[in-house]
Write a protein that binds this ligand. Structure first.
Ligand SMILES: Cc1ncc(COP(=O)(O)O)c(C=O)c1O
Length: 356
């Protein structure tokens, strides 16, 4: 059985009428840029994230770049970030004129380590960019306290974590709620994906919101209409993803060669990715490919090892936990429309590989 890593056509079949009606309404009004739906999306997403403001923008990459630009970084100003993430996280730091300072991750959750952040702070540090990787929140409250202590801005890269939450002092806190700015991506493959690029920034701060608004350029109404229609389903979709993850977890427990992703007890994961650590990972990936099972390695090369950051002087072994993760992780199909039979095929292929 062929099982794709993600099946957006299956999703579209379930919501086609609603989304096409929303798009048609925009076309009838011919209000393509910053129409009413953009403001509605901003308000709905800010409410979801527990923030005062939402500011839509062109992509998840811009959502990181715009608040970093608002800091007016000077040459040599440092911004701390994980190296185990999508390129945009650090690309935005460089594009805003900052120097990325990469730190290591926790081996269990793959999220950035607060202790490593604290150790990396220097007099030149201006900001921290954390990433809520794969849909599970980092220890944002601890990192926010470090940021506050040193007078740094905190940007939460929530491209993969819309709707994820974490219990802090007995209270649920949303992805994007506690940082100076929280960012979201509506790239089509995300848990809430548009029909093209899109992004959004959330913040509690009135002055920051005004700055972000003045620099966001524009926002596409068609995308907002699509996203608003889909937003009604996001919670059900995230619940369905957790159910699929629970079955994988149960199946992989006791399979020594595979380690299921660890979820911090305080977190509610939204499983943008279901990412295992696997022995003989590259051979397993070949086997999955031969069996028609979709899979992908996020991320095969850490950012501190990218040629474009060679001048920063990192070497092999600089970030050992990150480097080990790049050699061991593989992400498996997880999306609300994945059928039990399809998931069974994924599990059988993995079991078959290690039984051989
Ligand atoms: C962690 C992370 N940050 C930033 C981005 C950039 O988002 P976009 O593709 O919408 O520019 C992505 C997504 O691709 C991501 O996964």
């Amino acid at each position: 059985m062929n099982v794709p890593l993600l099946d957006l056509q299956a999703q579209h079949r379930t919501i086609k009428d609603e989304v096409l009606a929303a798009v048609h309404s925009v076309i009838e009004r011919q209000a393509f840029i910053l129409g009413a739906e953009v403001g509605q999306l901003e308000q709905a997403v800010a409410k979801l994230c527990g923030t005062k403001h939402g500011v839509a923008c062109a992509s998840g990459t811009d959502a990181i770049l715009i608040p970093l630009r608002a800091l007016a970084l000077k040459p040599g100003d440092e911004v701390i970030a994980p190296a185990f993430t999508f390129f945009a996280t650090a690309g935005a730091i460089s594009n805003a004129g900052g120097k990325p300072v990469f730190v290591d991750i926790d081996a269990g959750t793959f999220n950035v380590s607060p202790a490593a952040i604290e150790a990396a702070v220097t007099p030149r540090t201006r900001a921290i960019v954390l990433v809520h990787l794969y849909g599970q929140m980092a220890e944002v409250e601890t990192i926010a306290a470090i940021a506050k202590k040193h007078g740094l801005a905190l940007i939460e890269d929530g491209a993969q974590s819309i709707g994820a939450r974490r219990k802090v002092d007995g209270q649920w806190r949303m992805s994007g709620e506690l940082g100076t700015v929280g960012t979201l991506s509506f790239f089509p493959t995300k848990n809430l994906g548009g029909w093209g690029d899109g992004g959004l920034m959330v913040t509690q701060d009135d002055a920051m919101a005004a700055k972000l608004r003045s620099q966001r350029l524009h926002g596409g109404t068609l995308q907002a209409a699509v996203l608003l229609a889909k937003l009604n389903h996001l919670n059900d979709w995230n619940v369905a993803r957790r159910k699929i993850a629970a079955r994988y977890d149960a199946e992989f427990t006791g399979l020594g060669a595979v380690t299921a992703p660890k979820v911090d007890a305080a977190n509610e994961h939204i499983y943008h990715q279901y990412t295992i650590r696997a022995q003989r990972r590259d051979q397993l990936a070949e086997h999955l490919k031969a069996q028609g099972i979709g899979h992908k390695i996020y991320y095969p090369l850490a950012l501190h090892q990218q040629p474009c950051f060679a001048s920063l002087g990192y070497t092999a072994g600089s970030l050992p936990v990150t480097e080990r993760a790049t050699a061991e992780v593989v992400s498996l199909p997880i999306y609300p429309e994945l059928t039990e039979a399809q998931q069974g095929a994924v599990i059988a292929a993995i079991r078959g590989f290690y039984a051989a």
